[in-house]
Write a protein that binds this ligand. Sequence first.
Ligand code: TEU
Length: 569
Amino acid sequence: MTNSTPVTDTAQAAPGGSPWWTSGVVYQVYPRSFADADGDGIGDLAGIRGKLDYLAELGVDALWLSPVYPSPQHDNGYDIKDYEDIDPVFGDLAQFDLLVAEAHDRGIKIVMDLVVNHTSDEHPWFLESKSSLTNPKRDWYWWRKPNASNGPPNAWGSFFSGPAWTLDEATGEYYLHLFAAQQPDLNWENPEVRHAVYAMMNRWLDRGVDGFRMDVINFIAKRVELVDGPAPSVDASCPMGPQIHDYLQEMHAAVFAGRPGEHLTVGEMPGVTTADALLFTDPARHEVDMIFQFEHVSLDQGANKFDARPLDLPALKRNLAHWQTDLAETGWNSLYLNNHDQPRLVSRFGNDTTYRYESATLWALVLHLQRGTPYIYQGEEIGMTNVRFDSIADYRDIESLNHYREAVEEFDLDPASVLAGVHQMGRDNARTPMQWDATPNAGFSTGTPWLAVNPNHTEINVAADRGGDRSVFRFYQALIRLRHESSVISLGDFTLLEPDHGQLYAFTRSLDGETLLVVANAADAPLAAPLPAAVAALLATATRVLGNLPPQSPATPLRPWEATLYRLP
Ligand code: TEU
């Protein structure tokens, strides 16, 4: 197999000819919960500036900031009312410019969140659009007349419970919102909308930002025949229309083509397959550099996202391997196991009590040794865990709160079991404040945090992790360094070994005669010797590069959650 080297038309070739993100690592900052410099209980830009040395020490190449634009904060900033400014709760444009400059001084890029499937219902565009049937911006959003029985135009449900349509009494029409009612969907069919977005993107790039993470970007193109179809479709889970490729190519031409420098574009795309991803990320098509896919984080979901099922390790291995192989020749993967919408990886895929250090580092090794761009979500680098608040009143996430209310009040489900689903899968698991130290607010804020800190911050925090004999942070540091230095990690071929094994996670990476081997035991139980013959044969000649536990003889059983990287001769 050959390895295509991803290129961008505008790329100034990085050493080795590949864009920086092939050997780089991105760190996601959720600004509300990262560091609060002014003591109002909400993290801010000054707080992030104060942690740049920490991030530089970790070694990451770029920060992706979840939205910091002015917003009523119904969905923590994913409901934007002004694309051109900074929400006062986070700072102002002067603070933002300082953050960009100080990050750049440390060789760290800044990637903005671009939320343009929808705006806030307080955005001036929507206020105008809703003001009358004939307003020039009426067509900037999806307005439809009630159906024959005076109900919503179709039966789509929103991702945040309830219908995806809300009636505007004044004009007698419904508007579409795939997410909350306060997040009306923009109508990308209208070229004025598209060009307003491109102009805004250009202004941020002119200001010095290094790229965009594009929120649910595949949803900007709707299947118009479903919106207006006679047979109502049951939900909005697959709204993506075929125009998406034209829109992204048009965006590329209007924003990125001819612009010097290598700007990262990563499109968040629920519901896409590798066949879609090949189209989106083929460099020759000029759409986006990589996407966030959802298949691997959907494997443990039952009837809905709060219905958690046990991890099926072979299914997860096979799924990630399938993304590795399908995008080997063309396109590029992003690699993630958690973010601000997902439970903490150590609680979901590992063991967050007895084997917290071991399982956090195992997943780090398994993920960072794959081909693609790894994303670290704040706190992952110290093995932060899920939280279990006793009462729904302690939660802030709109998705969890709407789900709880609907399940308990409308469907009459048992409150304790609904709360258990929120404990396991709710988004606030990822959003509790960053745990810097063991002081009462975990060093996050001197005020009252907007969401309570996880009580386990007294043990799990940056200071304790970095001061300990076994440090998750140092393990991530080592992984990032290895990726920077090794082209077999950034570009090598991927081969999954023993795909059906229920405990062993093993694979090789190879490039130009160099081969690396990962051998990991993703279980609470030891992995009894002898290892499967194919893996044992490789291990016989292997040299250890990095592991999460001290070396022992390869003939002995693998310890719980033991993970080691080897080099083969
Ligand atoms: O998320 C889109 C998305 O599909 C989900 O991950 C979503 O968070 C939800 O959990 C589905 O059940 C993006 C953002 O990452 C998320 O924070 C926003 O709430 C959402 O879009 C709307 O902007």
